[in-house]
Design a protein around this ligand. Structure first.
Ligand code: GSH
Length: 203
């Protein structure tokens, strides 16, 4: 299998976490790419018309995207691990993962906005609205999801940790820990897990 990859992408990190958790890292060739919404290059769109990573190319040449499809595929290849719960618990788990992905989407948009637009075209209220999405989500995690986060470690729980890691990596100036102490305490502990420690983005 081949994975179109960039170490700074939180969505790619989800896949890397899943590869560590399932012990499938050796079965994947990492293909580093540098892309952006205005410069997708040629390789990624040839497999994913959306031009986004992560994109996993299976041995038969068929591509899988997006991150939550790839993580579920990797889980299916590894019967000994359970990255997703069975039964009714699946729906909450998928909603938690959607929260992580939504936080990442907003945080990645905040990163792209000043990088891609000329300085005089950056629309700051749009950037602030992205942060509000994140801030509301972190509050909701503390209000409603701590039991899940402190329960069995599965892919959605790890995805939340990856989302917080990306905020630290790109938007540390927002100081999210000050207003979300429960999450801060939780994050400090789970960040020690090898699949997270080995995939942390480096400045
Ligand atoms: N929903 C997608 C989001 C993937 C995504 O936005 N990846 C970013 C990199 S962090 C990307 O490829 N951006 C290029 C673009 O938006 O065209 C997933 O879960 O994989």
């Amino acid at each position: 299998m081949k994975l179109y990859y960039a170490p700074a992408s939180p969505f790619v990190r989800k896949v890397m976490i899943a590869l560590h958790e399932t012990a499938l890292l050796d079965s994947v060739e990492l293909l580093p790419v540098t892309i952006s919404p205005v410069n997708p290059g040629e390789d990624v769109p040839a497999h994913n018309p959306l031009g986004k990573i992560p994109c996993l190319v299976r041995p038969n040449g068929a591509a899988l995207y997006d991150s939550r499809v790839i993580t579920r595929y990797l889980d299916s290849l590894s019967p000994k691990t359970a990255l997703y719960p069975d039964g009714d618990a699946l729906w909450d788990a998928l909603t938690l993962e959607a929260s992580a992905d939504g936080i990442m989407d907003a945080a990645v948009t905040m990163t792209y906005e000043p990088r891609i637009r000329p300085a005089d075209k950056v629309y700051q209220p749009y950037v602030e609205a992205q942060w509000q999405k994140i801030d509301r989500s972190l509050t909701t995690l503390e209000d409603r999801w701590m039991a899940h986060l402190n329960g069995p470690v599965n892919m959605p729980v790890l995805a939340i940790a990856a989302a917080l890691g990306y905020i630290d990596f790109r938007h540390n100036d927002r100081n999210w820990r000050a207003s979300h102490p429960l999450l801060a305490t939780w994050e400090a502990e789970i960040a020690k897990r090898p699949s997270l420690a080995k995939t942390a983005p480096e400045a």
